[in-house]
Write a protein that binds this ligand. Structure first.
Ligand code: G16
Length: 549
C-alpha cells in the first residue's frame, strides 16, 4: 500500500548571517541554537547543498549534550520534508563522532549529521554544534562548508512536516511519512570494527593480568557506553575501569576536554602515589584522546609518532603503513619516523577534513593532530577509543610500559619538547591585530637571529591539496628555526566567544642525556621570543595563557 506523504510546511526564516562553519562544523552557544528558526535554517542550508539527497539514507546522532534530543526531533521532521529516504539514528539520539563515520562507511549511507560541540562544555549555558559528514564518513570538505555558508546567507524559508515526536529510546524501525527510521544500538557496529583491527585476545591477556591496571575517563560524555562495552565487557577489564561513564547533558558540569587540566580525576590518579599502568581519557563526542602512563604524559604529537613507529605490531597495520599526515601545528615528531621509514609525511591545515582526500587516495594510513586527535584509514574521523586500543595493543606485544616506549622512541628519533598556550575568549579585534602584525613582519624575519635561533622560514601557511588541488590560505603563522625549533601562531576555529589565540612551541632534542628535562624550562626561550614577536600580553590583555597543553 502506498504511503501517504505528509503535508510539507514551508516556514519563513528571518535569515542569519553568522552560520559560517568553523574548523569543525557550526558551533555556538546553546541559547543561539535555541533561537526560533536558527537550527532549522542551518539544516535547510545543508540539505540544499546536497543535490542527490532524494531517497537517500543519512546517519544521525550526537554526543547527548543539552539540546541533542530536541535537535534530533527537528532534523527528523525536516529530513522527511526534504525527501530523505531513511535515517539511521543511535538509540537515545546517541552516537560518537567516530561511530557516525563507521556507520556511514559500513552502510553506504549518503552522509551523516553529527550533533556535538566536541570538547566544549555543555548544558543550557554551554555550547552546541552541528556538522555534516559526507559519504566517505568524514567531515564535509571546505568547498561544501563554504557552499553551506553561502546558502545560509540567502535562504529565506525552510521545509518541515508536522509529526509527533518519535520515540528514539527504543530500537526498531519506524516511519515519518514515507521516510524509514531505524533506531540502532550506537555501540555494536563500532565495537565490531575495533575487533577487526586489534588483537583482542592479546589485549585481554594484558588488561586482566594481575600486575596491570588501568583507568579510562570518559568524562560523562559519549565514549562511556563504548568504553564499558569494549574494555569491561569484551576485554574483561575490572568493572569500574571506566570512570565518569554515564553520558550527561551537561557532562556533570565538567569541561569534557581530555587534557591534564580538565580530566582531573584521571590526572590525580595517574600522578598520585600508586598510579595505574595505563590511563586514558576521551572528549565530549569521543574523537579525542589523552594517553598517560604512570606519572607520564604522552603529548598527542608524540603519540602519533609512537603509533607510526610501532604500527606493524597491530594486526590492522601489520602490512605496513603507506604514509602519515599531521596538522601543521602538530610537532614534527612523526616526520622523523616517516623519514626513517621512507614513507611520505603530509602537513595539512588544522581540521580533520583535510585528511580525507589523503586517506581516500590511499596516500596515508595514519594521521593526527596536536589537539589530542589520532586516527587511521579505518574511518574518516579521529577516534579516541581506537587510539587507546592501539596503545594497549602495543603494550601487550612489547611487554614494557608507556614511559619506556617513549624514552626508547626519543633515543631513536629525538624528542620534540612541545607545548601549546591558549589565550581563550580574548577580544576578537585585538587577536586579529596580533595576527596582522605578525603577517606584516614575515618578510623581514627569514634569516634573522632570535636569541639562540636562526629563522629559516617564516610564512602564513598555505596548503595545496595534492589530490584535488584546492588551496587553503592563512592557516597560521609559522616561524621555523630549521629542525631545531618552531613557533606557530593561529586563531582557533572552534571557540564560541571572542577569539582564542593558540601559540604552539616545539624544540627538538637529539641528545639522550637531555631528553628528561622539564618541558617549560626547555621551551622558555621560545616563549620569550613569541612574546617579543607578537606582543601577546598587550594584545590579549593577559599575563598568562588560560590553558597550557
Ligand atoms: C576540531 C577539529 C580538529 C582541530 C580542533 C582544534 O576538533 O576536528 O581538527 O584540531 O578542532 O581546532 P582549533 O584549533 O581551530 O580550535 P574537535 O575535537 O573539537 O572536533
Amino acid at each position: 500500500m502506498a504511503i501517504e506523504p505528509l503535508p510539507i510546511r514551508t516556514v519563513e526564516s528571518p535569515g542569519f548571517d553568522d552560520q559560517r562553519p568553523g574548523t569543525s562544523g557550526l558551533r555556538k552557544r546553546v541559547t543561539v541554537f535555541q533561537a526560533p528558526h536558527y537550527l532549522e535554517h542551518f539544516v535547510q542550508s545543508i540539505f540544499d547543498c546536497l543535490p542527490d539527497l532524494n531517497g537517500k539514507t543519512l546517519v544521525l546522532g550526537g554526543d547527548g549534550r543539552f539540546f541533542n534530543r530536541e535537535a534530533i526531533q527537528t532534523i527528523i521532521r525536516m529530513a522527511a520534508a526534504n525527501g530523505v529516504g531513511g535515517l539511521l539514528i543511535g538509540c537515545g539520539g546517541l552516537l560518537s563522532t567516530p561511530a557516525v563515520s563507521c556507520l556511514i562507511r559500513k552502510t553506504g549511507a549518503h552522509g551523516g549529521i553529527v550533533l556535538s560541540a566536541s570538547h566544549n562544555p555543555g548544558g543550557p549555558d554551554g555550547d552546541f554544534g552541528i556538522k555534516y559528514n559526507v559519504g566517505n564518513g568524514g567531515p564535509a570538505p571546505e568547498r561544501l562548508t563554504d557552499a553551506i555558508f553561502a546558502r545560509s546567507r540567502e535562504l529565506s524559508a525552510y521545509r518541515i512536516v508536522d509529526s509527533p515526536d518519535l520515540d528514539i529510546d527504543r530500537q526498531g524501525v519506524d516511519r515519518v511519512g514515507a521516510m524509514e527510521i531505524r533506531i540502532i544500538d550506537p555501540v555494536t557496529d563500532y565495537a565490531a570494527l575495533m575487533e577487526t583491527i586489534f588483537d583482542f585476545d592479546r589485549i585481554r591477556d594484558l588488561v586482566t593480568a594481575p600486575d596491570f591496571s588501568m583507568m579510562i575517563d570518559t568524562m560523562h560524555a559519549i565514549t562511556g557506553p563504548y568504553a564499558r562495552e569494549i574494555f569491561e565487557n569484551r576485554l574483561g577489564a575490572a568493572p569500574g575501569t571506566v570512570i565518569n561513564a554515564i553520558p550527561k547533558p551537561d557532562f556533570g558540569g565538567q569541561h569534557p576536554d581530555p587534557n591534564l587540566t580538565h580530566a582531573r580525576a584521571l590526572a590525580a590518579a595517574m600522578f598520585g602515589p600508586s598510579p595505574p599502568s595505563f590511563g586514558a581519557a576521551s572528549d565530549g563526542d569521543g574523537d579525542r584522546n589523552m594517553i598517560l602512563g604512570p606519572r607520564f604524559f604522552v603529548t598527542p604529537s608524540d603519540s602519533l609518532a609512537a603509533l607510526a613507529a610501532n604500527a606493524e605490531l597491530v594486526p590492522g597495520y601489520a602490512a605496513g603503513i603507506v604514509g602519515v599526515a599531521r596538522s601543521m601545528p602538530t610537532s614534527r615528531a612523526v616526520d622523523a619516523v616517516a623519514q626513517r621509514r621512507k614513507i611520505p609525511c603530509y602537513e595539512t591545515p588544522t581540521g580533520w577534513k583535510f585528511f580525507g582526500n589523503l586517506l581516500d587516495d590511499g596516500r596515508i594510513s595514519l594521521c593526527g593532530e596536536e589537539s589530542f586527535g589520532t586516527s587511521s584509514d579505518h574511518l574518516r574521523e579521529k577516534d579516541g577509543l581506537w587510539a587507546m586500543l592501539f596503545w594497549l595493543n602495543i603494550l601487550a606485544v612489547r611487554g614494557i610500559g608507556i614511559a619506556e616506549i617513549m624514552r626508547e622512541h626519543w633515543r631513536e628519533f629525538g624528542r620534540c619538547y612541545y607545548a601549546r598556550h591558549d589565550y581563550e575568549s580574548i577580544d576578537a579585534a585585538a587577536a586579529g591585530r596580533l595576527i596582522e602584525r605578525l603577517r606584516a613582519r614575515i618578510p623581514a624575519l627569514a634569516g634573522s637571529q632570535l636569541g639562540d635561533f636562526t629563522v629559516t622560514l617564516a610564512d602564513d601557511f598555505c596548503y595545496a591539496d595534492p589530490v584535488d588541488n584546492s588551496r587553503s590560505e592563512h592557516q597560521g603563522i609559522r616561524v621555523v628555526f630549521g629542525d631545531d625549533a618552531r613557533i606557530v601562531f593561529r586563531l582557533s576555529g572552534t571557540g564560541t566567544a571572542g577569539a582564542t589565540l593558540r601559540v604552539y612551541y616545539e624544540r627538538l632534542e637529539v641528545r639522550p642525556q637531555n631528553q628528561d628535562e622539564d618541558v617549560h624550562r626547555v621551551l622558555a626561550q621560545l616563549y620569550a621570543i613569541a612574546e617579543s614577536l607578537a606582543a601577546i600580553r598587550e594584545h590579549s590583555g593577559r599575563d598568562q595563557p588560560s590553558l597550557i597543553t
